[in-house]
Design a protein around this ligand. Structure first.
Ligand code: ATP
Ligand code: MG
Length: 217
C-alpha cells in the first residue's frame, strides 16, 4: 500500500487449516524484522491471542508494536490506522471461515500460506490460495499469495507435497522451514533464533521475500 509517507507492507499469514505454523512465522517475521531496526506492527487477529500473549509475556528482542483484534470491523480500521506508523505490518490470523482472516487477506500486500506436508494440509493450502486469488480479483488488485512449506523433513512425504503443490499450480516460496526444536522453543524462550540452522533459514526466507520485492530492502 502506498501512503503519502511511503510504502507500507502488510503481510498476512493465513491458512484454513489449524496448526501449520502461522503464529510461529508471525513471531519469526516480527522479531527478525524488528531486530533489523524496522518499524514493525504485529496484529493478532486470532481470538486465542497466542501471538499477543507471546509478545507481551515472553518476547525478548527488539521492540515491535502489538495489538490483538479479532473483530473484523475493528481489524479493518486498525490495519489502516497502524499502517500509518509502520514500515511492515504482520497479521496473524485464525483459520478462515472467520471474517477477520478475510479482512486481513484483502488488506494484504502479501499473503503467506504456511503448510505442512500431509495430503490434507496441501489440499487446505490450495483452498486458502484460491480464496486469496478470489479476494484479490474482487478487490481488483494484485495480492500475491504464496505457500511456505513448514516443518520440513528430508522425507518422501515432503518431496511428494512439493510435487503436489507444483501440480496444483500453487505459487511457492523456495525457502522452507525445517522441523527444528529452535522454532518450538521460541514460544517459551521469547527469543527469535539468532544462530544455527533456524537463523540461516530465516535469513534465506527474508532474502527471498526481498528478492521478489515483497519486503522493503
Ligand atoms: N518449523 C517448526 N519446527 C518445529 N516446531 C514448529 C515449527 N513450526 C511450528 N512449530 C510448532 O508447531 C505448533 C503449531 O504452530 P503454530 O501455533 O505456529 O501454528 P498455527 O498455524 O498458528 O496454529 P493455529 O491454527 O492453531 O493458530 C507449535 O507448537 C509450534 O511451536
Ligand atoms: Mg496460530
Amino acid at each position: 500500500m502506498v501512503y503519502w509517507w511511503g510504502v507500507v507492507t502488510v503481510v498476512t499469514i493465513a491458512s484454513s487449516k489449524g496448526g501449520p505454523g502461522k503464529t510461529t512465522i508471525a513471531m519469526l517475521l516480527a522479531g527478525s524484522l524488528a531486530a533489523e531496526g524496522r518499524q514493525v506492527v504485529a496484529l493478532d487477529a486470532d481470538p486465542t491471542q497466542a501471538l499477543s500473549r507471546w509478545a507481551a509475556n515472553a518476547y525478548e528482542g527488539a521492540p515491535f508494536e502489538i495489538h490483538a483484534e479479532a473483530d473484523e470491523t475493528r481489524l479493518a480500521h486498525l490495519i489502516d490506522k497502524t499502517a500509518g506508523r509502520a514500515e511492515i505490518v504482520i497479521v496473524d490470523t485464525a483459520g478462515f471461515g472467520n471474517r477477520a482472516a478475510a479482512v486481513a487477506m484483502t488488506s494484504a500486500d502479501l499473503i503467506i500460506v504456511p503448510t505442512l506436508s500431509g495430503e490434507a494440509d496441501v489440499t487446505e493450502a490450495e483452498k486458502t490460495v484460491r480464496l486469496a486469488e478470489g479476494l484479490a480479483r474482487a478487490a481488483r488488485r494484485d495480492i500475491p499469495a504464496v505457500v511456505l512449506l513448514n516443518k520440513v523433513r528430508r522425507t518422501q512425504l515432503t518431496r511428494h507435497a512439493t510435487q503436489e503443490i507444483a501440480n496444483a499450480g500453487l505459487p511457492r516460496l523456495d525457502a522452507t522451514l525445517s522441523d527444528l526444536v529452535a522454532y518450538g522453543e521460541m514460544s517459551y524462550s521469547g527469543r527469535v533464533p539468532q544462530a544455527g540452522p533456524a537463523m540461516i533459514e530465516m535469513a534465506g526466507l527474508l532474502a527471498e521475500l526481498r528478492g521478489r520485492g515483497w519486503l522493503p530492502s
